[in-house]
Design a protein around this ligand. Structure first.
Ligand code: G1P
Ligand code: ZN
Length: 564
C-alpha cells in the first residue's frame, strides 16, 4: 500500500530531559497531545542522517500506554525514513533483551518503553529510553542532544494512514511503502534471541541438574518472582521449559500485567516482601529471586530469606566467574561499580589483579569500558548486576550466574557469603531513600551539603553517635572522567569519607517522575566483625549522616520511605 507522510506542527514541552535512565513521567503526561510524538521525533532528530534506512528495535515491559506509544513510533519512524522496526510481540521485550537484539542484529539502536521499577498503570509512570548501537543506554551527549531538540521542536513527521491496529499481536513481517520507500515492521518472539544468548553463556545442562537434583544431590529449590513484570515470559521459557523448574512451586507472578498488579515492581526487601515472606515461611526454599518491571534488576535471597546485598552479590560473582563458560572463553577483564556501591568488589579485584573502575550512578557509564574490552563484570547497589554479554544490567543473567556458582561450589547462599566475608572482610551497606520530598527542600539540602564540603573546617572534624566517633578525611562532589573518551560527568553525588574507610553519600534520584527522592548511602568496612546485623552496625553512621545533612530540618522527614 502506498502511503504518504505529513508534517504536523507542534510546540516544545518543558521538562523532556532524560534522567538517569530515559524520560519518565506519569502516563497522563505522555498522553497529552503531541507529548510522546515530540519526544520520539526528537530522538530521531538527535540521530540525524543515520536515521534514513536504519533499523531500530522497539519494545518494553508492557506497561500501560506501551501499545499506544508503539503505534506512535511506527508512524513517526516510517515518516522519517527508518527502513525497519523490529518489535517484540505485544510490545514485550525486557531491557536486557533489547540490548541483546541491538547487538545481535547490529542495528542503529532501540527504543525501550519502560519506567523500570516505577509503578505502572494509568495513574502511574511510563518511560521512553533510547539505546545506542552498542546496546547500551544513550550516553550523556546523546541524551543532551535529544533534550536540546525537545526545546526547539516545531513539527514532527507522521504517516497517518499507516494501519497499526493489532499489528504487533502476531509474529511476522509486514512491508509498507511510505513516500516511495519500503518500510518494514517485523514482529518477533520476545524471548528467542535472549534465551539463545543465555544458553551460550551458561551451562544449561549443569543448571538443569542442579534444579532437578540427582541421585546424589536433592533438587535445589528456587522461587523466582517476576513481580508481574516483563521477566515472566523469560522465566517461563528459561526456568520452567529449559531448566525443569516447577511452574507451580518454583515461579510466581510470571504473567506480565500492564499495571504490575498494582504493586511497585522493584526487587528489594520492601517491595518484594511477598517473596521474602514466602521464602521465610517455607524452609525448603534454597534461593529466592525477584526482578523489576523491565527485568534489569535482581534481588537474591538464600534459605530463610538470607539477604545478599547487591554490593556483595557483585563481589561474590567476581570471585567465582571462572565457573561460567562465557568467562572461560572470553577471559575476565576488569570489574566496575557505581560510586555509591559498597567497595566489596574492589577487594576481589585487588586480589585477582584485575582493573577496577568506580563510575557515576547509571549503567550508561559502564558501556565505554566494556566496548574497550576493559570491563567484564559490574554492578550497582540498586540491585543491578551484569556483564559485557550485553550493555544493560540483567536480572535473569544474575540469577543464572548465582546458580552456576552454587552448582560449582555445592554450597548454600549463606555459606558462600560467609566464606567470602571470611576471606575479604565485609562491607556493611545500607541505603535510605526519602521519596517524593518537596523539590525545593531537597535542593536546599544538597546546597547545604555543597557549602559544607567547600568549607575549610569540615575535613578533620569528628562526629559521634551511639558511642562511635567518625573523623572526616575527605569530602567532595564526585566527578568522573571516562577513561576511554575522556568525557566528564560532574556533580554525581556528595561524598563524605571517614578515616576508618566508612563513607556517606548523598544524591538526588534521577529516575523519579514527581517530587524529589533523596538517597543517603551508608557504607562501612569491617575486617573481622563480619556476622553482625547490618542495620545495627550502621546505625551510628546513619545518625552522623542525618546530623551532617540536617535532613530532618530541610525535609521534615523523621524516617526514610524505603531502606535497602
Ligand atoms: C536508580 C539507581 C541507579 C540505576 C537507575 C536505573 O537511579 O540508583 O543505580 O542505574 O535507578 O535503574 P536514581 O533514581 O538513583 O537516579
Ligand atoms: Zn529496570
Amino acid at each position: 500500500m502506498a502511503l504518504t507522510s505529513v508534517n504536523i506542527s507542534t510546540n516544545p514541552f518543558e521538562g523532556q530531559k532524560p534522567g538517569t535512565s530515559g524520560l519518565r513521567k506519569k502516563v497522563k503526561v505522555f498522553m497529552e497531545k503531541h507529548y510522546t510524538e515530540n519526544f520520539i521525533q526528537c530522538i530521531l532528530n538527535a540521530l540525524g542522517d543515520k536515521v534514513k534506512g536504519s533499523t531500530l528495535i522497539v519494545g518494553g515491559d508492557g506497561r500501560y500506554f506501551s501499545k499506544q506509544a508503539i503505534n506512535i513510533i511506527i508512524r513517526i519512524a516510517s515518516a522519517n525514513g527508518v527502513a525497519k522496526l523490529v518489535i517484540g510481540q505485544l510490545g514485550i521485550l525486557s531491557t536486557p533483551a533489547v540490548s541483546s537484539l541491538i547487538r545481535n542484529h547490529k542495528v542503529l539502536g532501540g527504543i525501550v518503553l519502560t519506567a523500570s521499577h516505577n509503578p505502572g498503570g494509568i495513574r502511574n509512570d511510563f518511560g521512553i529510553k533510547y539505546n545506542i548501537e552498542n546496546g547500551g543506554p544513550a550516553p550523556d551527549h546523546v541524551s543532551d542532544a535529544i533534550y536540546d531538540h525537545t526545546k526547539k521542536i516545531s513539527e514532527y513527521k507522521f504517516t497517518p494512514k499507516l494501519e497499526t491496529d493489532r499489528l504487533i499481536d502476531i509474529l511476522g513481517t509486514t512491508t509498507y511503502n511510505v513516500d516511495g520507500h519500503d518500510f518494514v515492521v517485523e514482529v518477533i518472539d520476545s524471548t528467542a534471541d535472549y534465551v539463545a544468548l543465555m544458553k551460550q553463556i551458561f551451562d544449561f545442562h549443569k543448571l538443569r541438574t542442579l534444579i532437578r537434583g540427582t541421585d546424589k544431590r536433592p533438587p535445589f529449590n528456587v522461587l523466582i518472582d517476576s513481580m508481574n513484570g516483563v521477566t515472566g515470559v523469560y522465566v517461563r521459557r528459561i526456568f520452567v521449559d529449559e531448566l525443569g523448574a516447577s511452574p507451580d512451586n518454583n515461579v510466581c507472578r510470571i504473567v506480565p500485567l500492564d499495571n504490575f498488579g498494582e504493586i511497585h515492581p522493584d526487587p528489594n526487601l520492601t517491595y518484594a516482601k511477598d517473596l521474602v515472606d514466602k521464602v521465610k515461611a517455607n524452609s525448603t526454599y534454597d534461593l529466592g529471586a525477584a526482578f523489576d518491571g523491565d527485568g534489569d534488576r535482581n534481588m537474591i535471597i538464600g534459605k530463610n530469606a538470607f539477604f545478599v546485598t547487591p554490593s556483595d552479590s557483585l563481589a561474590v560473582l567476581a570471585n567465582n566467574l571462572e565457573c561460567i563458560p562465557y568467562f572461560k572463553e572470553n577471559g575476565i577483564h576488569g570489574f566496575a561499580r557505581s560510586m555509591p556501591t559498597a567497595a566489596a568488589v574492589d577487594r576481589v579485584a585487588a586480589k585477582l589483579g584485575k582493573e577496577m573502575f568506580e563510575v557515576p550512578t547509571g549503567w550508561k557509564y559502564f558501556g565505554n569500558l566494556m566496548d574497550a574490552g576493559r570491563l567484564s563484570l559490574c554492578g550497582e547497589e540498586s540491585f543491578g548486576t551484569g556483564s559485557d554479554h550485553i550493555r544493560e544490567k540483567d536480572g535473569i543473567w544474575a540469577v543464572l550466574a548465582w546458580l552456576s556458582v552454587i552448582e560449582h561450589k555445592n554450597m548454600s547462599v549463606e555459606e558462600i557469603l560467609k566464606e567470602h566475608w571470611g576471606i575479604y572482610g565485609r562491607n556493611y551497606f545500607t541505603r535510605y531513600d526519602y521519596e517524593e520530598c518537596e523539590s525545593d527542600a531537597a535542593n536546599q539540602l544538597m546546597e547545604h551539603l555543597e557549602k559544607l564540603i567547600n568549607s575549610d573546617t569540615l575535613v578533620g572534624k569528628s562526629y559521634t553517635a551511639i558511642g562511635k566517633t567518625y573523623k572526616i578525611s575527605k569530602a567532595d562532589n564526585f566527578s568522573y572522567v571516562d577513561p576511554i573518551d575522556e568525557s566528564v560527568a560532574k556533580n554525581q553525588g556528595i561524598r563524605i569519607l571517614f578515616e576508618d574507610g566508612s563513607r556517606l553519600i548523598y544524591r538526588l534520584s534521577g529516575t523519579g517522575s514527581s517530587g524529589a527522592t533523596i538517597r543517603l548511602y551508608i557504607d562501612s568496612y569491617e575486617k573481622d566483625n563480619v556476622l553482625s546485623d547490618a542495620q545495627v552496625m550502621l546505625k551510628p553512621l546513619v545518625e552522623v549522616g542525618l546530623e551532617i545533612s540536617q535532613l530532618k530540618k530541610f525535609t521534615g522527614r523523621d524516617a526514610p520511605t524505603v531502606i535497602t
